[in-house]
Write a protein that binds this ligand. Structure first.
Ligand code: ATR
Length: 281
């Protein structure tokens, strides 16, 4: 039996095992998708146990996306640029680290929602791990402009500094009402990568941007998927603005990972349905 799984701590909330197993079963691949809830001090010995021909690959989630960079044998160019991996692939008995967070985000945007980021103006809220992967992938798609709005400005400044040679217009601002007025006056896509609005998160009741500042001609993408309708998504829907929820990025990063592991076309609808079912929707 081939072995795959998700590596992280804690993992009680993860729905990856459900939608990945559904995809493996659909293709009649004899493989088990595990929940590898591993504590930090067990991480090195865990990597010894996966040096096995039956190990196909793993998803990597919080808090190990950066730490695992040093534990794999090789890292893809884009994961190196992002500085984090969320997917490990056993390639001829070498562990190769990839990052499918950004590519999954872009694939959901383009194929599921028909939004082509080329030439667009983007407001990115947050500057953490998810923001980094999304920012690099958007820049690769040749967006015209990106504004990074973060609570801790120094972190946003650092991300902007790293990207400034590859995107024509980039700036970093504080995530606060006054600074948001100007970038929100002309923006094609707004992406929330912070945990504001997330159930059991630091600020579940609020939208990361004031509802009255959300402009009409834009698309709102919130990568928070629990709840499916965050305060930001609700505010946008009230104004009839197109919205993209967080489940899309979650499933599409998994679709990209599945295709790297199996070299087979991922059954998108089956995975999406399994993810929704696992969330009780
Ligand atoms: P992830 O890997 O999910 O992106 P992370 O790297 O810890 O997680 O990043 C979390 C992001 O959410 C950061 O942009 C963080 O802002 P800071 O850099 O200022 O910490 C943002 N964030 C988390 N809680 C927040 C809150 N209550 N208000 C504003 N921003 C918050």
């Amino acid at each position: 039996m081939k072995q795959l799984g998700i590596l992280g701590y804690p993992l009680s909330h993860s729905i990856s095992p459900e939608f990945q197993q559904a995809a493996l079963d659909h293709h009649k691949i004899k493989a088990e998708f595990h929940r590898w809830e591993i504590k930090t001090d067990e991480l090195n010995s865990f990597f010894e146990t996966i040096q096995d021909a039956n190990f196909v690959g793993a998803s990597v989630t919080i808090p190990y996306k950066e730490q695992c960079l040093d534990l794999v044998d090789k890292v893809s160019d884009s994961a190196n640029l992002i500085g984090a991996i969320n997917c490990i692939v056993n390639t001829n008995n070498q562990l190769v680290g990839h990052n499918t967070d950004g590519s999954g985000f872009i694939r959901a945007l383009k194929t599921k929602h028909g939004f082509n980021p080329h030439g667009k103006k983007v407001l990115l809220i947050g500057a953490g791990g998810a923001a980094k992967a999304i920012a690099y992938s958007l820049v690769q798609e040749k967006i015209n402009q990106i504004t990074i709005a973060n609570r801790t400005v120094a972190r946003g400044d650092k991300l902007a500094e790293n990207l400034k040679s590859i995107v024509p217009k980039i700036n970093s601002i504080k995530l606060e009402r006054q600074s948001l007025i100007e970038p929100l006056s002309d923006v094609d896509l707004i992406v929330n990568t912070t945990s504001i609005g997330m159930k059991n998160g630091p600020d579940p009741e609020h939208s990361p941007i004031p509802a009255d500042l959300i402009p009409q001609n834009t698309v709102i993408n919130d990568i928070v998927y629990n709840p499916i309708e965050t305060p930001l998504i609700k505010a946008a829907k009230k104004k009839n603005i197109p919205t993209i929820g967080g489940l899309d990025m979650l499933v599409y990063q998994g679709i990209e990972a599945f295709e790297l592991w199996t070299k087979k076309h991922a059954p998108e609808t089956i995975m999406y349905d399994a993810a929704q079912k696992a969330l009780g929707l």
